[in-house]
Design a protein around this ligand. Sequence first.
Ligand SMILES: *Cc1c(COP(=O)(O)O)cnc(C)c1O
Length: 382
Amino acid sequence: MLNLRDTLAQQRQQGLYRQRQAVSKRDGSHIIVEGKSYINFASNDYLGLANDARLIAAFKEGADRYGVGSGAAQLTTGYSSAHQALEERIADFLGRPRALLFGSGYMANLGVITALLSRNSTILLDRRSHASLLDAALLSRAKLKRYHTQELASLHQRLNTTPSSGLIISDSVFSMDGDIAPLPTLIVLSKEQQLPVLIDDAHGFGVLGKNGRGCLEHLAVSNNDVEIYVGTLGKACGTSGAFVCGSEALIETIIQKARSFIYTTAAPPAIAHATLCSIDIIEKESWRRAHITELITRFRQGAAQLGLSLTNSDTSIQAVLIGNNDAAIAASEYLKSQGLYVSAIRPPTVPKNTARLRITLCSHHQENDVDQLLSALESWQT
Ligand SMILES: *Cc1c(COP(=O)(O)O)cnc(C)c1O
């Protein structure tokens, strides 16, 4: 028999119990949860597009034109001209030959990695990579070598033989720390080992780089050095879904083989239609990224004055390290009592004894929102 009650009790006892809370309304940087209003520092809607009037109008227009559900998988009749237009727009925006849409980032990672690798392949994967990349690696049955980011420069010494096939895989921005993977070092390894690179730019696409083209633009890395680029649409784009970009042959291979692409209903076309509007805004409104940069500086200066322990991040993701699980929950509860919604992140999402507050700074936050957060963190400390 499964002993569910005991497992749940244990989960509670360790301060690891997880619960959802229904958001009844969103309005700019504010959310309403159980009748109470909070400034939301716990979303990945970095550019504030999820509630943008232009996106909402585009979504409605898409629904009027295409209906609500897509009705089928992409390989039958679920692929609409809205999906096609979005794929072309993304490929063009990123300067890549092709793009292919998936229902979510999780599904994109599962599909792409299992389509390309098999038991005889080797995967080098950053230990802090997103759960979907780890799950994909396990599902692919490839030999998995996980490394710590700081080991990357000397990783070739640990590989006694050069793998005959495989991939080097990493997040661009580590989602619980906010620092950016050392892509140039990763590319050196890629050339040395003759292994292509897959970068998951979930937290970079739209929000990093002068024009919002993501981590490669931000670090001035050439598309040629990163063969496989995955981006998601549920974060900076403010919609839902994901895409993979790469060569003609790569995309065609994924279409033939990726089970999380083949055996699932296509995303609603109206979502793709609205995402076209997101890309336009990302391209045109660089002030959003400039504003985020100002908020990051403001937050980090204030937090340093308070003596808070921050990770080394200059992105929207800012983490305040706490350590103990219950203490992290208590801090998050305290901030909620002050009208600030900030997530407490616990193991197994982060390593043991590194429970933390995860704060995301978005373009719809005002300087005053950051100041309120800092003063609540100050009163929490005392
Ligand atoms: C959010 C995220 C995903 C999953 O994307 P969804 O579209 O939410 O499924 C994948 N990789 C990384 C690095 C992420 O942060």
